[in-house]
Each structure stands twice: as C-alpha cells, then as structure tokens.
Design a protein. Structure first.
Length: 250
C-alpha cells in the first residue's frame, strides 16, 4: 500500500482553505502565506525514543574472600604436679633387709644399719619394701620410725617362699607326734606322726620353726628351740628336741 506523504495533504488543505485556485494563475500578487510543515520523525527513531531507557544492569559487589575460621586452640595443659614424696623409714637398730616380707623366712640381702634411712616404695603387712644402698629389700617397719604416710603406697604381693626338704628321725624307741610351728606367729604349719626307729623326709617352706614332740608312752612333751630351715640357704641342723631326746631334724 502506497503511503501518502503527510506534508502534501497539509498543503492541499491549506490551499483550499485559503481559496487558492490550482487551475488558474493569480491575477494579482498575493500575500505570502507561511505554512508550517511538521515533518514526522521516522518510525524507527520514534520507537527508539519511546522505548524507556534500559537500566544499566546492577553490578554485584565483588565477593571478597572470607577469612578461614581460626580453629579453636586447645587449652594449655595443666602444669605437671610433682609426685608425692615417698615416706622415709629410719631404723632404730640394726635390721635384716631380706628379699621378702619376713626376715626369718626369706633370704638375707644386707644389713640395714641403725639410724640409717631409706624411702619406702611398697608395703606388705608389717613390712616395707625400701630402696637402700642400690638394693630393694624388706624391713620390719615396727623396728623404726616413719616420716610421712604409707596410705598411698601399693601393697606388694610377697614372693613365694622357697621349699626346703629335711629328714626327721625318731630314735626315742616309742611313738611320737610332732608339730612344726611358725616361730614368729605361732601358727601350726605341719604335723607328723612317727613310729619308733622311723625316718622320713618332709617338705616345708623355708623359715624359722619351733617343734613340739608328744610321746604316747610316757606322756612327755619335748620342746625345741628356734630351728632355721632353709633361710639364707642354710639349716640350723641337726636339731634335737630338748637337746637330749633322740628326735633329730637333719
């Protein structure tokens, strides 16, 4: 479709309104007529003006690197506490320091001299394990004084006693009944019935013993003194009951 130019239409309409004869020449000069022509802008330019100005895309602020979280630091360890001091034993007299908690059942290690002192590192009953002159040995705590408390010390199990073998011979000529007693505690350790003229071998834990013999015929009781059986690798033998009776321990 052919477009009509807008400014020609305006010109024709203006001429008609003013009585202009387009077919004849004017007989006299006319006053000039000023015609204002409005030239429309091209559609593309108009549409560009009508379009709202596009907003500039908002630029996001640069993302700053987040600092790495600082790991929590562990609290400082508490200051080390010093180990409690060991109690100190001081001997009131010369003592036997043995390899077990009994001076008469275990082997002698060395003499713990009177007024000497040593730390206690363990206990067992009335005995304490002390560190003395480069050795660990047991002393009877009731034979000295203790500085400090032994309540925090460990209880150390006594080592097994060595077993000794001894011969017992009855030369009384009559039946005898023998009882072996622990010298320190008085506890009965072993009993033995022995016919006249008999000899037997028995086994006992090493230690110091007292022995009693009872005869059935004359109702007599025979007593021994302290007999060392195997303590310190030696025996106090032969042992005779009452020193006269023919009951021999060897």
């Amino acid at each position: 479709m052919k477009k009509t130019t807008p400014f020609l239409i305006v010109l024709v309409l203006a001429g008609v309104a003013c009585g202009i004869d387009f077919g004849t020449q004017p007989s006299q000069p006319q006053q000039p007529i000023v015609i204002t022509v409005v030239v429309p802008q091209p559609q593309q330019q108009q549409s560009q003006q009508q379009q709202p100005q596009q907003q500039q895309p908002q630029q996001s602020e640069p993302t700053l690197p987040q600092p790495s979280p600082i790991p929590p630091t562990a609290p400082p360890p508490p200051p080390p506490t010093s180990a409690p001091e060991k109690p100190i034993f001081t001997a009131n007299r010369d003592l036997s320091c043995a390899d077990g908690p009994s001076w008469y059942k275990y082997n002698f290690i060395l003499k713990f001299a009177e007024y000497d002192s040593a730390p206690i590192v363990g206990i067992n009953g009335k005995y304490g394990l002390v560190e003395y002159k480069g050795n660990r040995c047991w002393v009877l705590l009731t034979e000295g004084t203790i500085k400090g408390s032994t309540s925090g010390l460990p209880t150390i199990e006594a080592p097994p006693l060595p077993i000794v073998e001894v011969w017992v011979e009855n030369q009384l000529g009559q039946y005898v009944y023998l009882v072996f007693f622990d010298w320190e505690t008085g506890n009965r350790v072993k009993t033995l019935a022995l016919d006249p003229g008999k000899r037997v071998k028995i086994k006992l834990p090493s230690g110091y013993y007292a022995i009693q013999g009872y005869t059935k015929k004359d109702q007599k009781i025979y007593q021994s003194g302290m007999i060392n059986l195997g303590v310190g690798d030696s025996n106090q033998l032969p042992g005779l009951l009452d020193g006269e009776a023919e009951i021999i321990i060897f």
